[in-house]
Design a protein around this ligand. Structure first.
Ligand SMILES: [Zn+2]
Length: 347
């Protein structure tokens, strides 16, 4: 029987469906870009910067989100966005991820000279460069922000649709939940869906199950980012189980934003036991100080999930990908073939 170790997890093919571009830079790159752009950062050394950026002691989601002002200060040019996206694909490939959906809100990259369209073109080109260098697959999800005017979300959804044949596969809403219901942005969400984009919405992270219900029932989300507080509404939980609506679970991030008090108290194990499809994601590699391997390892260490359950969560990641069926099934066949080899008794 295969046991879960950091090595076997590294060898388990995984899909990363929830990772924010502006929360997942390499600290070294951030420093180089800051030097080039004359931007000052809270530290001069990569290790110290990584520490300063890590949200281990955030008081809540809003405090967690404050760190993005620093990352965004070096993400206002096409070459910077190209490089950061390429490196993010390379970092995923290096730790055994085979498919990654990178998300970000392009409106946050237009504080300099970039237009909204240019703020989408540059990451798409970086994504292609990363795929060519590594052989893994990558796609982009564009995010609107819950706490901005819905007309901005609509503009972002329009750009997402314009680039849907060039690597943009989904639309999301991020940002503070309380007081900013997803349905305020329904026009953007519907535009994305009617044009064949996938819709995933952050919900149930910084607000209760009513936020998840709004995202699924009123806005028709096909996946939910986090969904941490789903268990507080047993009827809704049952809907997720029977309809097989996937949750993109981010364990470390949920502890940092205080969506849960500790890893051991995270409801992900409950969702797995109930048969709700969940897949593990990092949310923000730099700001959460984590990796895809770390998240699977945490699930094993703190939630008591064994190898078979880790395999199931990895499989759900490919199943829930915003890809055409043919591309999804070829990723899934490759996944099954590799898992078969991993599950062979050692000689
Ligand atoms: Zn997120």
């Amino acid at each position: 029987m295969t046991t879960a170790t950091r090595d076997t997890i590294q060898a388990l093919p995984r899909a990363e469906l929830h990772v924010h571009l502006d929360g997942s830079l390499r600290a070294e790159t951030m420093l180089e870009l800051a030097r080039e752009g004359g931007v000052s950062l809270p530290a001069e050394d990569p290790d110290q910067l990584a520490l300063a950026m890590r949200a281990s002691h955030a008081t809540d989601l809003v405090d967690y989100l404050r760190r993005f002002e620093w990352t965004l200060s070096v993400m206002q040019s096409a070459p910077a966005l190209h490089r950061i996206t390429r490196e993010l694909v390379e970092d995923h490939a290096a730790e055994g991820v085979r498919y990654v959906e990178v998300r970000y809100c392009p409106a946050l990259n237009t504080q300099g000279d970039l237009s909204l369209v240019e703020a989408v073109e540059a990451p798409l080109q970086g994504l292609s460069a990363g795929m060519a260098a590594t052989g893994i697959q990558g796609r982009i999800i564009l995010c609107g922000l819950r706490n901005t005017d819905p007309s901005l979300s609509l503009r972002i959804a329009r750009v997402a649709v314009d680039f849907k044949d060039e690597g943009v596969v989904g639309f999301d809403l991020a940002g503070p939940e309380a007081g900013y219901p997803a349905h305020h942005h329904l026009e953007a969400i519907e535009l994305a869906r009617e044009n064949g984009l996938g819709v995933t919405l952050h919900a149930g992270e910084a607000w209760g199950p009513e936020s998840i219900r709004d995202a699924v029932e009123r806005c028709g989300a096909q996946r939910i980012g986090h969904g941490t507080r789903l268990h507080e509404d047993r009827e809704l939980e049952e809907i997720f189980r029977t309809a097989g609506i996937p949750l993109e679970v981010c364990l470390t991030s949920n502890v940092q934003t205080r969506a849960v008090p500790s890893l051991a108290q995270h409801p992900a194990g409950r969702y797995v036991a109930l048969g709700i499809p969940i897949t593990l994601c990092t949310d923000n590699r730099l700001i959460s100080g984590t990796t895809s391997v770390d998240e699977y390892w945490q699930a094993h260490q703190h939630l008591g999930l064994g190898w078979d359950e880790l395999v199931r969560m990895a499989r759900e990641g490919f199943r829930a990908a915003f890809l055409p069926e043919s591309e999804k099934s070829s990723l899934l066949s490759a996944f099954e073939a590799e898992v078969r080899v991993l599950n062979l008794p050692s000689p």
